[in-house]
Design a protein around this ligand. Sequence first.
Ligand code: AMP
Ligand code: MG
Length: 350
Amino acid sequence: MKTIVLKIDPEHLDLEKIRIAAKIIRDNGLVAFPTETVYGLGANALVDEAVLKIFKAKRRPADNPLIVHIADKDDVNFLAEEIPSEAEKLIEKFWPGPLTLLFRKSEIVPDVTTAGLATVAIRMPSHPIAKILIEESDVPIAAPSANLAGRPSPTSAKHVLADLGGTVDAVIDGGEITYGVESTVLDLTAKPPTVLRPGPVSVEELRKIVGEVEVHPVAEAKLPAEKAVAKAPGMKHRHYAPKAKIIVVEGELERVCQKVQELADARRGSGKVGILGTRETSDRYRADVVKIMGDRKDPRTIAKNLFKLLRELDSEGVDFAVVEGIEPAGIGLAVMNRLRKAASHHIVQV
Ligand code: AMP
Ligand code: MG
């Protein structure tokens, strides 16, 4: 298959190109497109045949459910069976934006989309290209991250083409994304509401709106999901893993820095060794490859670069990498969730 690349400036939307993509969605094809979190791989969420193509292209296990993207808040009403009162407050505050809400699903949502679950995950993205693509397609769009299953999520069209070029109908290249980590997933069918995946909307912000909010052990990702009670489907699967073997070091900063260097030194001479540090610490490190994830003072910069750097470890042939952990608060919890999984939960606490 030849993949069409549609380059679109999010600030000057080219409606003709958007309509080419929307027609592909309506014809049950696959379109990868930018959102404010990461690039998504979209198909008509209400048609089995279209949704199955997503699973096939990504080689995604069929028991890993998809998020349904909408462009109008009111569309929740026909996709969800029951809208709890907390939902209205959260939608008012955070939509459009990087918060996915879990509801009991309505009949109209096919089982393939939700991987056979009785719940449906719904989000209204704020990215102008995502919004207009959904509007022009005139259907809700199921869209997981546009990477091969198990690989780091894509934060550029280049990443999408590296994983899915030749297997999807079109990729919209809309340039940079805003956050770089996937949406926060909040289960509203649980009491109290429970975060299943940390993301750009922090647990602290959610608590301000709805009071008590629990964080599922899977969201912390300190343990492999199969050990952390499997209530979060899809989360048991291998994630974000580059080919390099990764170790994350967490704890008090000074000791973390020492441990990172010590672990890198111990591997010297046995393959290419990398270190992922931060702006404040990277000068201190010596290894074959040293990369800066971002500023500790502004963890959003770390979130934004994370997946790109994990991909770079592979393209530069790094065999073993030590990563400096950051404080698991705010968007930092989302970063640590991705890092702990990328490391297959190989965590050193100092
Ligand atoms: P992705 O868009 O690739 O980041 O994947 C979407 C993720 O959302 C899945 O891996 C699940 O963890 C989560 N998700 C989607 N639908 C549900 C659901 N009905 N119940 C629990 N988690 C869900
Ligand atoms: Mg994904």
